[in-house]
Design a binder for this molecule. Sequence first.
Ligand code: SF4
Length: 325
Amino acid sequence: MAEKLLEIENLCVEYNTEIATVYAVNGLSLSLDYGETLGLVGETGAGKTTTCLSVMRLLPEGIGEVTEGTIMLDGNDMMTLPEETVRDLRGNTVSMIFQDPMSSLNPVMTVGDQIKEVLKIHNKDMNKDELEKAVDNMMELVGIPANRKNEYPHEFSGGMKQRIVIAIALVCEPKLILADEPTTALDVTIQAQMLGLINELQKRMNTAMILVTHDLGVVAQTCEKVAVMYSGEAVEVGLAEHIFGGQHLHPYTQGLFNAIPKLDVDTHRLETIEGLIPDPTVKIEGCRFADRCKYAMEKCKKAPQLVEVEKGHYIKCHLFQDKKV
Ligand code: SF4
């Protein structure tokens, strides 16, 4: 067993289109232990989904490209493995739950067959009865009666469809789940049920998870570790208690917290982080948050380093460069 389940070092990903090159991920470094849950937080365009697709090696062919860095998954170098081996790891070692259950399922295949398909690929020695039994068990585990396995996706509600997607992702008991905003397409009550279900199954199977979200409340409820992404890089990484209760926060993380409505304060207007994320087609030398940061200073024209400000808590900002532990 490798020391870490996932180690991403200095990952850089570009999308090359006819119009421009988009620098989607810019030097991201992250690690995850076996069984650990990491919340990947940030606004749209921060590079969260691209990071997950890079781990799965599912970047759009001919357009998306990892230009630098390494991804080690359970001791496997995802950058150099042959496609056949990567296909074997998908589903077995790493699975992804996509945002929209409507487009993740095949509309002309029964839900049972869709769960069975994954099992068949990774368990070639299972006979027909064993496969059927495993499908029944998985359906019951996600809270859907097994006798509905011969129905098609359109016969299920949005929440039920997402349960099927979770069943497909977990049926081979992967070591890592990449959950890309798994509850965004669902209403609030179903969201809570779904997060509870993912958490319960994850604990039962000792599966690690990267939960991609822009919702800090969801992260607080479910994650042990948090990485805050901005414009394709991790600006802050720490334990949940560092981010939610700590004294030191990156100015962008501070802005995210300030934007959350406070129940005990009579507010007419919510705080926002002024400005927009930088144009991803432009390479930036200095701090990528500088145009929106109220603490910006001369030295921010040079890129800061990610430094450890307390044990296990890293911040990429010139305000903290001399607070190294
Ligand atoms: Fe703000 Fe400078 Fe820190 Fe960037 S490095 S977040 S501009 S203080």
